[in-house]
Design a protein around this ligand. Structure first.
Ligand SMILES: [Zn+2]
Length: 339
């Protein structure tokens, strides 16, 4: 590992260093980002182009669709529009019988080409076979006459396979993942982590800058680490700055309350003490990041089994306790020299 990257991981930010969780100016595949409207899934396109991932699924506003499909064609990527999502705030769907089993995305759906405006759900792949396979299993639970028809477990497992997730992670999550039973489902891979967390298995930044989009069976999963390392090599060949920026995000420290309710910190922990300069809320898609102000006004965390002390200039200002509804955990990838 180079000197420079060690500095990045420690969060020693110079004036010229780019702030974390900012906009990265892509040096490659820039037109895909422009057409889809952001860099959020950029690493997944690399993964498909590298042949590491058989297919990805994407959501593109219908008014961008023509441009997006043309850009995909330019890179030899085949596309298939599964359906158009509209009225994504529909309570009618969520209030259906069985609605409590639905995931975060709820929408009315219309066939492609039916003229509805909204977001097109699209499969993208380099091969016709992979595209055909994924569209057979990539369907969402549907509400018919206000009753939810759930997807069979095997379709979830095959979908994971067609997206290129490692078998150990698919099997593990098929057995244990249950959003209605566990408020913090990420606790499961955390408890299943038997050795030092490997930053190449850090899925906590998967909606920002990351090498993986699945939740690994553990934050030390070998199959995940191998896949991420191959993708990292491939990205480095095309856009070194992008790979470096991803590395910085994956080598942070995190307090995880639940999926999409995650805080990130720079710095390297010493024992149970983390001194940090930067704190960030990883993703504000579902939750507002209500502790962001608390962390921004402090500079040190002391992590205990049942509580976190937030401190500023040596004084405790806040204490965050573990409760049944907020069974958080702390994990650090900061001093990982895996690569
Ligand atoms: Zn695994």
């Amino acid at each position: 590992m180079s000197e420079k990257k060690t500095e990045c991981a420690r969060g020693i930010s110079s004036q010229s260093e780019k702030p974390l969780f900012g906009w990265y100016e892509p040096q490659y595949l820039r037109d895909i980002c422009e057409a889809r409207g952001g860099t959020g899934q950029l690493f997944l396109y690399y993964s498909v182009l590298a042949g590491l991932k058989p297919a990805l699924d994407e959501w593109v506003p219908t008014d961008r669709l023509d441009r997006y499909l043309k850009v995909c064609e330019k890179y030899g990527l085949l596309t298939e529009i599964e359906s158009v999502f509209y009225n994504e705030t529909s309570d009618e769907v969520r209030d259906s019988i069985g609605g409590e089993f639905l995931t975060t995305t709820v929408a009315c759906g219309a066939p492609a080409g039916s003229g509805y405006s909204g977001r097109a759900h699209i499969y993208v792949s380099k091969s016709e076979e992979a595209l055909d396979r994924i569209k057979r299993t990539g369907w969402y639970p549907i509400s018919i006459n206000r009753r939810i028809v759930t997807k069979p477990q095997i379709d979830y497992m095959w979908f994971g396979e067609h997206l290129g997730y490692p078998k150990c992670c698919i099997d593990y999550f098929s057995r244990v993942n249950n959003h209605s039973l566990y408020p913090n489902t990420l606790m499961l891979p955390f408890k299943n982590t038997k050795s030092k967390p490997n930053y190449l298995c850090n899925s906590l930044v998967k909606d920002a800058y990351c090498y993986l989009y699945h939740i690994p069976c553990g934050f030390d999963c070998c199959a995940t680490a191998e896949l991420s390392a191959e993708l990292r090599d491939f990205i480095q060949k095309h856009d070194r700055g992008y790979a470096d920026y991803i590395d910085r995000h994956m080598k942070l420290n995190f307090i995880v309350f639940r999926e999409r309710d995650i805080y990130a910190f720079d710095g390297v922990p010493e024992g149970n003490v983390l001194r940090y300069n930067i704190s960030a809320f990883v993703d504000n898609y579902l939750y507002p990041g209500e502790l962001l102000g608390v962390f921004a006004n402090n500079d040190t965390l002391v992590i205990h089994e049942d509580k976190i002390l937030a401190m500023s200039e040596g004084k405790i200002t806040n204490t965050i306790y573990k409760t049944e509804r907020a069974e958080w955990f702390f994990i650090s990838f900061a001093d990982d020299n895996t690569i």
